[in-house]
Design a protein around this ligand. Structure first.
Ligand code: HEM
Length: 420
């Protein structure tokens, strides 16, 4: 087990180090120097502008983009909680379906020959058994839902890449995903059909290795997804244009991080969730970081899947431990509809509420990898006390469900009786 002591030979690892941490180099972001990045973006925009003139495709056409009638019934789409600051976007439901449809179309094309993988985060670095251990005492106002002092839940954690290419070498910059699934949770989740019959509810927490997300606007997201699904370099050049400068910068920063171990990286929910129900319900965000500040150096000769190798090595030697943090919103200025703006920690500190104990294990087996591939994570696999908030989370409800269903097509009639 790694303790929170320090050792000088380490390289930072996408973590935002806390005050006690070793000051050994910041996360290595390839080609990250501000000047070079600005030059890259200017070059992108200039060529983008050129392309647009050439292709005659301008953002103004975005509104004319054909948005098919929505397949999802209004009652199946999340309602909004105006008290917590939620508000529905125009055409939001139709846009959610259009995004789902665009992703489905491109996945069916991409995987025409075989099993359909996830659209995002398709490459698993490892999927491990764990135990979610809630602290014996919790900060005031945080004891809601699964956060019951002293409670323990069996859990599965899937660590993943970010990009759509499941063969991308780990040494290349990329976002990283961490998906946690708690089982045997008392109560019923919002997507009750996903609960384990007779065994209790399922509570998922889904995080990535960057504190903010690159898009708030479903219309922009649709145009980006449509461009990304086209197989032409020209359309890819247009993506930063459709993301907007802020979105493009966030996407660039997120996708350029290089990590040395998924178990030593920090993750954020980026989008908010409700905590509690009734009058004292509030908005929070989540984060997970390693219990130890020790960060292993990058390998000198990285194998394409070295991150899986790192997890195997650490969990062969002993247990691993990660801290689960909750960040309560401290001001209504902190919008639940804006996942591109970080709630600054000095203004809204994170509080540790639980520990993820990952016991020593040989996780990299054919059976466990296949079991993991079949798992489906969805922010709406959640108790009402942890209801997802904001437009990005509302879109995810229908899109994750849709993509998970096509992934399970032809696999013994969809999600098996194993945890979903
Ligand atoms: C509108 C915005 C988003 C869309 C359309 C989207 C779409 C998707 C889709 C289609 C999947 C695969 C689901 C499956 O096949 O089971 C997925 C997985 C994932 N997404 Fe998103 N996503 C969005 C926002 C986010 C955000 C804000 C986060 C940040 C935490 C995130 C993190 C992840 C992770 C970690 C996975 C992998 C889950 C697993 O391990 O199975 N996504 N996303």
């Amino acid at each position: 087990m790694h303790d929170r002591g320090t050792r000088s030979s380490h390289v930072a690892n996408g973590n935002r180090m806390d005050a006690r941490a070793v000051k050994v180099g910041q996360p290595r972001v390839r080609g990250a120097s501000g000047k070079r990045r600005r030059a890259t973006l200017v070059r992108l925009f200039v060529s983008g502008a050129l392309q647009m003139t050439l292709l005659g495709c301008t953002t103004q056409n975005r509104d004319a983009m054909s948005i098919p009638a929505s397949g999802t019934k209004m009652d199946a789409y999340p309602s909004v909680d105006a008290t917590l600051g939620e508000r529905l976007y125009p055409d939001e439901l139709a846009l959610a379906d259009a995004i789902g449809e665009s992703i489905e179309r491109s996945l069916r094309a991409q995987y025409a020959a075989g099993d359909i993988l996830r659209d995002a985060h398709p490459k698993a670095h490892g999927c491990v058994r764990a135990e979610f251990r809630v602290a014996d005492t919790l900060p005031e106002g945080l004891a809601h839902g699964v956060f019951v002092p002293g409670a323990r839940y069996p859990a599965w954690i899937r660590f993943s890449n970010g990009a759509r290419d499941a063969t991308r070498p780990d040494i290349k910059g990329d976002a990283r995903g961490m998906s946690i699934k708690l089982q045997d949770v008392p109560g019923t989740s919002l997507l009750r059909e996903s609960d384990d019959a007779g065994q209790g509810a399922i509570q998922d927490f889904i995080l990535i290795s960057h504190p903010v997300f690159f898009s708030n606007d479903p219309r922009r997201y649709l145009s980006v997804v449509s461009l990304a699904s086209r197989d032409s370099a020209a359309s890819k050049v247009l993506i930063p244009f459709h993301l907007g400068l802020r979105g493009a910068l966030i996407a660039l920063k997120t996708s350029r991080k290089v990590i040395s171990s998924p178990l030593q990286t920090r993750y954020w929910s980026t989008v908010p969730y409700q905590l509690g129900t009734g009058l004292d319900r509030r908005a929070v965000k989540y984060s997970v970081r390693a219990c130890s500040v020790v960060v292993d150096p990058l390998p000198t000769q990285p194998a394409p899947d070295f991150l899986r190798g790192r997890m195997r090595a650490i969990l062969n030697d002993g247990d691993a431990c990660m801290e689960f943090l909750v960040q309560p919103r401290t001001s209504p200025e902190m919008s639940v509809e804006d996942s591109m703006t970080e709630w600054q920690e000095p203004d809204a500190p994170f509080h540790k509420v639980a520990t993820l104990h990952i016991p020593r294990q040989a996780f990299d087996t054919k059976e466990q990898n296949a079991f993991c591939e079949a798992l489906s994570f969805n922010p709406w696999h959640a108790l009402p006390e942890h209801r997802p908030l904001g437009v990005t989370n509302r879109l995810r409800k229908v899109i994750y469900d849709r993509i998970s269903r096509i992934r399970h097509e032809g696999t013994s009639g969809g999600p098996s009786s194993e945890p979903r």
